[in-house]
Design a protein around this ligand. Sequence first.
Ligand code: NAD
Ligand code: DAU
Length: 341
Amino acid sequence: MHLLVTGGCGFIGSNFIQHMLAAHDDLLIVNLDKLTYAGNRRNLAEVEASHLDRRYFFVHGDICDQTLVPELMRQFRFDAVLNFAAESHVDRSINDPFPFITTNVLGTQNLLEAARKAGIPRFVHISTDEVYGSLGPTGQFTEDTPLAPNSPYSASKASSDLLARAYFHTYGLPVIVTRCSNNYGPYQFPEKLIPLTYLMASRNEPIPVYGDGLNVRDWIYVLDHCQGVEAALFRGRPGAVYNFGGDAEKTNLQVVRTILRLTGRDESLISFVADRPGHDRRYAMAFTRSTADLGWTPAYSFEDGMARTLAWYQANAPWLDEVQSGAYRQFMDSWYAERKA
Ligand code: NAD
Ligand code: DAU
């Protein structure tokens, strides 16, 4: 089976490629990645060392490239495209929405169009619970919840979901959309809450908590998400949307306190800062369709997933040091300076 994975050098994409190559002997994976600040080819160094000759190929390129993408689809005759590539950080989308529209909307459109013309038999588009907007204190998102995105990031993801839907209905492209809650695990870039908190705690520096710290996210260990995407690839129904969640609703303060406890740090490191504009209050995912149709449920508890995640970061301190390039500092310094002001 020939797979085109986009964004495979990012957090979830690199976990997905490692999982798939370990789980299946008959795969050839082409990873198309632009290597933005969030993409790191070293996330797949072990895969490159072991599979480069026959089962894994890296292509440095942009999903928006209207020459490269059709050419790859012609050359490799893919059985499926899995679109992980995206600008993924909500705060950056507030700071500058343009790259989000370019990659998440136009890039997805370019992939869909090339897949249509090449007659690709399966297209899995990786999306997010954030397209549903924000919940009150009760209830859960289902696949039938109306889309109500609140940030430039989630608006760009909702737009790409709608394009995927349109390509199924108009052209019959066999598209499946997956929507997942907040992931955590190895290789997550330290701009997101969990690795950022670990990084600051390990340095005994203040941990920025937005607003009152009581916003709720539904946390899922990244391997559970990867197995959901795998199940959607093999067993999903074209045209369907599948939700994945971790059954682990936590306030941000609960998450931060867990990391402080597991790293032996004091709660005095918690620093309340100005809230994120338009901050969604609560997410929670119902995933009964994924269980019924795909046989999928999350396997990792929050406690188990967090223990594995922190052990990985502790064992990979050089990775954490390396990804904090000039571009990382530039955004982080100005964003958090504004929050404290
Ligand atoms: P990430 O930011 O860690 O990685 C994104 C990857 O895409 C990087 O390797 C980057 O270089 C690449 N990329 C960006 N623009 C590109 C372009 N124009 N062409 C080719 N490659 C490009 O993101 P992530 O957290 O791994 O998220 C992956 C996907 O999963 C995204 O579509 C995101 O919306 C979705 N998602 C993420 C979460 C989460 O909690 N992180 C939850 C649900 C859904
Ligand atoms: O829900 C799925 C989404 O989860 C994905 O689609 C996104 O790609 C991914 O980035 C993530 O979005 P969030 O905005 O929920 O994740 P983040 O880690 O940025 O923030 C989690 C919560 O923690 C959120 O309520 C904001 C808060 N937060 C975040 C940071 C970075 C803080 O309080 N302080 C911080 O410094």
